[in-house]
Design a protein around this ligand. Structure first.
Ligand SMILES: [Zn+2]
Length: 172
């Protein structure tokens, strides 16, 4: 941990414009702040956070802005070990219960990852977390606004799985 780009000088140097090198769509989980786990500072990362790192319209619009106006060349969809939004989705499906309030929107978005995960050997929660990350990546890659940047190779989308136990991110 070097804590780069967090000085008053850096703050001044990015006060007029920003050119973050990566967009991170991450879960809102308190143990997963992208600037902390990737050891980045002011102006480095353009972060969109929502529980379950799902793609929804306002988040997608934020990503479109960063790609289109800031020229950010990389998107990382970041999920993590023991994701509460994913385990809530599995519980809701297994017990046939309706989630309360707007949590339903999270469950609805994550649910299509479950049958994909069920086809894979191993732990269902971990597999669903990974299938859900891949689902968000695929939705981003199907976005029409991003198509020119994706087709020309100016934009790349990767997935990351963060281990709460050891603090590493596996990128794929
Ligand atoms: Zn989570």
């Amino acid at each position: 941990m070097m804590h780069p780009d967090q000085s008053p000088e850096t703050r001044l140097s990015v006060s007029k414009s920003q050119a973050p090198f990566a967009i991170v769509l991450s879960c809102s989980d308190s143990r997963l702040p992208p600037e902390v786990i990737f050891d980045q500072g002011l102006g480095d990362l353009f972060v969109v956070r929502v529980a379950g790192n799902i793609v929804e319209p306002a988040g997608m619009g934020s990503i479109e802005y960063a790609v289109g106006h800031l020229g950010t060349p990389l998107i990382v969809v970041l999920g993590h070990q023991n994701c509460g939004a994913v385990s809530a989705t599995l519980e809701s499906l297994q017990h046939h219960t309706e989630p309360h309030g707007d949590v339903a929107a999270l469950v609805t978005a994550i649910t299509p990852a479950v049958p994909v995960a069920e086809q894979r050997p191993g732990d269902l929660l971990t597999n669903t977390i990974k299938a859900n990350i891949e689902q968000s990546r695929d939705q981003i890659m199907q976005n029409k606004e991003l198509k020119p940047a994706l087709d020309s190779g100016k934009l790349k989308v990767v997935t990351g799985y963060y281990s709460l136990d050891d603090g590493t991110v596996s990128l794929t």
